[in-house]
Design a protein around this ligand. Structure first.
Ligand code: NDP
Length: 419
């Protein structure tokens, strides 16, 4: 995977960039010589990517926000860590900064899509560099946790559970502050480029900007719900999380926006679909977003209210039915509560289903000329299935008979009445 992921990223981009989305043989020498030429890392791309990451780190350190407690950390004998949740203020500061940089000509946002190949290579190199650095520092400090003894596996899964730079938690930083923001700027960059070339932004390109805006905004506005999630409390900070967040997510989830950009140049006009199809894609995105946002917030707020850790937030947008009043739940012997009301009465992973609705809408808005634009939804199905399997096994072990009762009361996993 550590070799295959980066190669796959180059391959998909190369097929889009040089072969109009046709899946050419990955053994073709011509493909790779083109990729090496066009995606060779440059100092300019290095400066863009690293200055962005450092600026986000600076914001994560200094911007104001509420402090919330995480779940008990096993490697710290059950101690709860503090998390400064300044995602929203950092996100707005980033938006304002980029507007000033672009508008006053210090850094045109179109540079991002114009330097896509080198930027992707720089992100990939950074992903590896951070993986090795974090691993070595953790071993030197003796902070390794739950090690398997197999070097490759431990590099992949990580050694440290909650590495920090001062008060910045590196795991939450890498998951929230880099990938989705970069993704948003890639599509925004492509949209501005389209506007400069054709004098307007097409509905599919505007869709991409909206879709990526919703995702990054959701991560920022509900950040206080993240410290107690599985990734924060259980997953270690290894190649899987580091590489995937610093390079994989932004540079593969953006494939649709890159496709729309390249196709508009090839065709001399932006991609357009029938009004009905465009409306269907927007409706799928917005309804998926609504369920995803409210399901996640229902579950997280339910637990926070009953644990006494809930803090009311007025970050935009607060959607109706995001907080449940007196929902039904199961009190487990272990002490935790399992929500069975709200969206959670319909399926145990209803938020994954909603996330998949959005993922498919990102593919549908690109049409059906290439399968590459369906990489994200296809890959996402694999990721979520893998997560569900691991999570179900973990919960069954953790909650025993209470989990069986929960599965009896909420029998479906993804789609109510079907599966
Ligand atoms: P979940 O939000 O599904 O968290 C799983 C944990 O929630 C379980 O281990 C359990 O933890 C607790 N839980 C499960 N059912 C209930 C319930 N009924 N009531 C209360 N608690 C429950 O996992 P993720 O962290 O995987 O997903 C969070 C969001 O992030 C999702 O919306 C997902 O779609 C999104 N995501 C997006 C990705 C992307 O690449 N776009 C990748 C991964 C996730 P406990 O031990 O505390 O009981």
């Amino acid at each position: 995977m550590m070799i295959g992921f980066p190669l796959l990223m180059f391959y998909l981009w190369g097929c889009l960039q040089f072969y109009r989305g046709k899946l050419v043989s990955p053994l073709q020498g011509e493909l790779w010589s083109k990729i090496i030429k066009e995606a060779w890392p440059t100092w300019y791309a290095t400066k863009i990517y690293l200055i962005f990451c450092l600026y986000e780190l600076f914001l994560a350190y200094f911007m104001p926000g509420p402090v919330v407690k995480g779940a008990p950390v096993a490697s710290l004998n059950g101690k709860k860590l503090d998390y400064l949740c300044n995602g929203v203020t950092s996100w707005y500061a980033t938006l304002i900064t980029s507007y000033i940089l672009h508008n006053y000509g210090y850094f045109r946002l179109t540079e991002i899509i114009d330097n896509f190949g080198p930027l992707m290579t720089v992100a990939i190199i950074t992903g590896f560099a951070v993986t090795f650095t974090v691993y070595i520092v953790t071993i030197i400090q003796g902070n390794q946790y739950r090690m398997s003894g197999n070097l490759m596996y431990d590099l992949f899964m990580g050694a440290a559970l909650n590495p920090r730079l001062g008060r910045v938690d590196l795991k939450i930083f890498a998951e929230i502050r880099v990938p989705w923001v970069v993704l948003f700027y890639i599509s925004t960059s492509a949209a501005i480029k389209e506007y400069e070339m054709f004098g307007y932004v097409s509905a599919p390109m505007a869709f991409m900007v909206l879709a990526h805006f919703l995702y990054v905004n959701a991560c920022a506005k509900g950040e206080e719900c993240i410290p107690t999630t599985w990734d924060m409390t259980y997953e270690k900070f290894g190649f899987m999380l580091i590489f995937w967040n610093l390079a994989g997510v932004p540079f593969t989830y953006c494939i649709g926006a890159v496709y729309l950009h390249i196709t508009s140049i090839d065709n001399g006009r932006p991609v357009q679909h029938s009004t009905a199809w465009t409306c269907f894609c927007y409706a799928l995105l917005i309804s998926g977003y609504y369920i995803w946002d409210t399901a996640n917030s229902q579950k997280n707020r339910f637990r926070m209210i009953l644990n006494g850790t809930y803090i009311p937030r007025y970050t935009f947008p607060q959607l109706p039915w995001g907080t449940l009043k007196n929902p039904s739940y199961i009190k487990t012997k272990q002490g935790n509560l399992l929500l069975t009301g709200g969206w959670w009465r319909y399926a145990r992973k209803i938020h994954y289903t909603a996330d998949l609705m959005m993922a498919f809408s990102w593919g549908f808005i690109c049409g059906f000329n290439t399968v590459i634009t369906y990489f994200y939804p296809a890959f996402f199905i694999v990721v979520l299935t893998h997560r569900v399997t691991r999570d179900m096994e973990r919960c069954a072990r953790k909650y025993g008979k209470d989990w069986d009762e929960y599965c009896r009361q909420v029998p479906y996993i993804f789609i109510p009445g079907i599966y």
